[in-house]
Ligand binder design. Sequence first.
Ligand code: ASP
Length: 344
Amino acid sequence: MEKESAVLLLFTGGTISMSEDPTTGALRPIDFDRLLDYMPELKQTGIRIKSIPFLPLIDSSDVHPPVWERLAKIIEENYEDYDGFVVLHGTDTMAYSASALSFMLENLSKPVIFTGAQLPIGMMRSDAKENMLTAIEIATAKESGQAIVPEVCIFFEDTLFRGNRTTKKNAEHFNAFNSYNYPPLAKAGVHIKYFRSYIHYPHAGTKLRVRTKIDQNIAILKLFPGITEHTVNAILNIPNLKAVVLESFGAGNAPRCTWFYDSLKEATLRGILIVNKTQCSTGTVEMGRYETSLNLVNAGVMSGFDSTTEALVTKLMYLLGEYTLLDDVKHRLSSSMCGEMTVI
Ligand code: ASP
């Protein structure tokens, strides 16, 4: 007889678990017990499902690194007992959490599927059940005894994305996410179609290694025409700052004025890592393609290639938390650790 499949559901909160506050009309998380009442289907899946609520359930705008650490540790502690893991999470910061977990869970060989909903589970037209039930099916999908998708992913509406390639793109419609620079890993229709050539498989025999140290001393510097020297320097001189995601124009371009170059150069000489990320959703940074990015190369700015901001922010936090030598951080930053970017 085949062994029963088993999934661990980790509830952090989000719209999926909310209802309207009768006095203010605002959406806020409901009690966990009431939440399960809305989902009798969970008992009919034929899958052994255990759930762990992170109480109190929270809106994902309140998610911070200790939540990632807790998720990673619970997955580590329960790794042998389950075929896969489903994380119920608000959509607002889901791409950050999925990216963070992809770095923390090294040599992952089981699915970790994040999902949520755009409408609360108690509402008639809610997308919650469909998202959750399909995520559970993907978390248990196997072929020849091996997980079909042994990655940290986001499943939403009908598409499975690599988590660290995903961005929230829509605050209104059910297709809340997209992965602009990497193809989907699966599509769910009548059947779930897996695109195996895009899925990453770990080397046989490697063991899960969980590393959860985080350093939050990073900042995002988003350029715009007219940005002042004062603004740039205020960011680059934040006390204890270790790294900056520089959100540049187009293929990674920035103003050529001397003060800007000098500020960046001075910061990299102080050991601050600056990583170039294009403000465009699709495409990659190509430093040196235009004259307007040559200065960045000379100032010691590194390329983030086609990474998302969510992946760069969490990768930097993870690397700065785990490695003390700047060269170690730089080396890992410039390569793809778990499919988060395409190096050209
Ligand atoms: N504000 C909610 C959250 O991120 C939105 C959602 O879940 O869709 O928690």
